[in-house]
Every structure is written in structure tokens, then in C-alpha cells.
Design a protein around this ligand. Sequence first.
Ligand code: PEP
Length: 257
Amino acid sequence: MTDRRPFVGGNWKMNTDRAGAEALARGVAEIARDASAEVAVFPPFPYLLPVGEALAGAGVILGAQDVYHQPDGAFTGEVSVAMLGDCGVRAVLAGHSERRHVIGEDDRTINKKVLATLAGGLISVLCVGETLEQREAGRTDEVNDRQTRLGLAGVSELDLARVVIAYEPVWAIGTGRTATPEDAQDAHVKIRGVISQLYGDRAAGSVRIIYGGSMKPDNAEALMAQPDIDGGLIGGASLKAADFGAIVRAGASAARA
Ligand code: PEP
């Protein structure tokens, strides 16, 4: 790791209920109080306000799992960047594998979300990553290259400072299978290379690229000790404050090493 501040985010997906979300948020607030990593949580939409209240003053970034790119209007069921900002949200996911592969979002849709999020002054966490089939066909780098370029299309160098890239191999998400630290590092280097081609070395050296895919307390430190892995996006293990806390601490200690 370099002087890039680690970013560790908990993606709660469609889990928790209101009381559980509040309790989990209180646990995360405790963890974050003395964390040197930047800590974020992405609860379900209905719990953003109570979670935000439970996190008050703890320095945790409140995040949203999705957004619609239009500012307002007749878009039943959708939520705008301004609405999220109004609820205290500071970061938004785009391109998560479940949105790509379960809901069917394409790179164009994802790019619109990235642009709208950044235009609204929030942090955009752009997720990229190959499926198992693509990996086995030797297409990992090509897929990450394409998703990174298309996801960032039209993003200025200035706005890139509010982008976090999450490399999340689809085959590792929620499966208990994790990329080896070396394979993940290799993918991160290649993604950083794409950023360098698009924005130059200085910008590429500053952008945080985090890993996601079955990161747990027992593998987090080895992954985040890799020089180009700047934190993690955590699904399952973020639902237990103790496990999430252990991962946040691993990120901080990897950064110091
Ligand atoms: C995720 O949802 O982004 C994720 C990485 O999930 P998990 O940690 O459960 O694999």
C-alpha cells in the first residue's frame, strides 16, 4: 500500500431489517472511531436515514447501493443523486456484479450513474470484474479494461479524485472463493494501467482500487498488503460488526506495513 488512504466499505445488499441495520451501524460507528482507514457502509435504501443517525459523528461514509441518473421526474421507483445527498449519502455504488448480472445493467447505464453521482458531488464506487467463464477464457484483463474505460467515460481528471474502483471478480462474490493476493494484485496493476492511459501516471497513482470477493478477517490483511490493493468492498462479512471491524483493522495495518 502507498499513501493512498485505505477505503473499506460494507455492502449490506438486501439484508438486515430496520432494528438490525441500526444496531449494525452502531457497531460500525465504534469500529470507525479510531480507524485510520476510510470506512463506508451501503445499507438498503429504506434504512439510510436511521443508519445515518446511528453513525452521526463517527466519520463513517454513508453510502447507497444504487441511484438513477436523472435528477427528477416520472421515473417510478427510482431515486436521484440529490435525494440521496439529502439523506446524508456521500458515496454510491455503480456496476456491482449483482446489478450487472442479476438486474442486467450494461456499461452505458453504469456510466450514466457514475457521471450523475460525480456531478452531484458524491463519491462514485465503480465496480468491475470478470465472470468465471471470462476468466477461464483468459479474458480477465480485457473485461476489466473495457468496464473501467466505459464506466469512466466522460469523467474529468478532477472528478476522478472522487472515484474509487472496486475490482470484484464475479466468481469470488458471495462464494467463499477469493482471488489469491497475487492474482488480485495483478488485476489491480492492470486496472491502474488503464487509468494511467486515460489520465496519466499521477492520477493513476492517486486513485484507490479496492478488492471485493469473499474478503474475510482471515484473508483481508494478505490481500490489502499488496501494493495496489487499497482496501476492500465487503459483502457477507460486513453484516457482523466484529468481522467488519477486523477487516478495517487489517486494512489499517496493511497500510502501515
Ligand atoms: C460484494 O457484495 O461486493 C462482495 C464482495 O460480497 P462478498 O464479500 O460477500 O463476496
